[in-house]
Write a protein that binds this ligand. Sequence first.
Ligand code: 2NE
Length: 270
Amino acid sequence: FNWETIKEYTDIKFDFFEGIAKITINRPEVYNAFRPETNFEMLDAMDIARERADVRVVVFTGAGDKAFCSGGDQNVKGVGGYISENGVPRLNVLDLHKSIRSLPKPVIAMVNGYAIGGGHVLHVVCDITIASDNAKFGQTGPKVGSFDAGFGSSYLARHVGQKKAREIWFLCEQYTAKEAEDMGMVNKVVSLDKLEETTVDWCRTMMKRSPMALRMIKRGLNAELDGQRGLMEFAGDATLMYYLMEEAQEGKNAFLEKRDPDFDKYPKFP
Ligand code: 2NE
């Protein structure tokens, strides 16, 4: 595939091909563990993906054939969080999770190796996971002094059920791609050499579907778990659709023309 660079970064690669924006964590020497700067870069890329109308789907992956992402970089873990270059401790990967949930476009995890710790949470938060058969999945938090009781637990439980989610977190074992698929947290497993091709195929199929329909389905599925914030995003898109209707234009036009609005002329549906 002829990927073109969208923007140059230090810790990630950000490429575009036929409507697909691909974010690759590019720190293979630490199995694509993230530091605060990695998350700042991914957040910036997500903003670009949101704004660019020609981006229809976002794919996350890791550089090399060993790891998708091994979670927070233990070399920079300090007191209060992962220490950024200015000395401030952070857990800014949570901002990335929010941005993935919020993006009104499908987000695919293309898991090419270990998805461990915060790397496991990253695939959990994505809308779809396609994995290579060498991929390994698991949480390590309670082994290494961390946990994610947010999407990394609650959304995981929606995928695999409460008992399995507790097993994954309480035992910190690793699971094969096939086991992860059987549990319901992976959509498809393919050989590593077919991973990108399969992911692009899935993206192409999604890009043939109605973007607004996919957007509303994502909002609805999120809202079920995300409480008031999920409802707010669902409602925001309902407002967007209302603004596309003549009825909403009539309200604004009447105000600007200093007259009463005439809403009677619009259809009333049962
Ligand atoms: C991923 C795993 C299982 C791979 O094991 P193995 O034996 O195949 O490789 P190895 O030798 O452990 O790792 C290869 C190189 O990558 C570094 C290692 O230190 C090693 O470097 P060298 O010794 O060759 O120099 N590496 C791997 N993961 C790293 C990491 N996360 N930070 C820094 N360096 C890392 C095995 O490597 C593993 O278990 N890794 C640690 C996974 C982990 O515990 N991640 C953090 C969990 S907490 C978290 O991510 C988190 C959260 O729980 C909540 C919110 C936000 C984040």
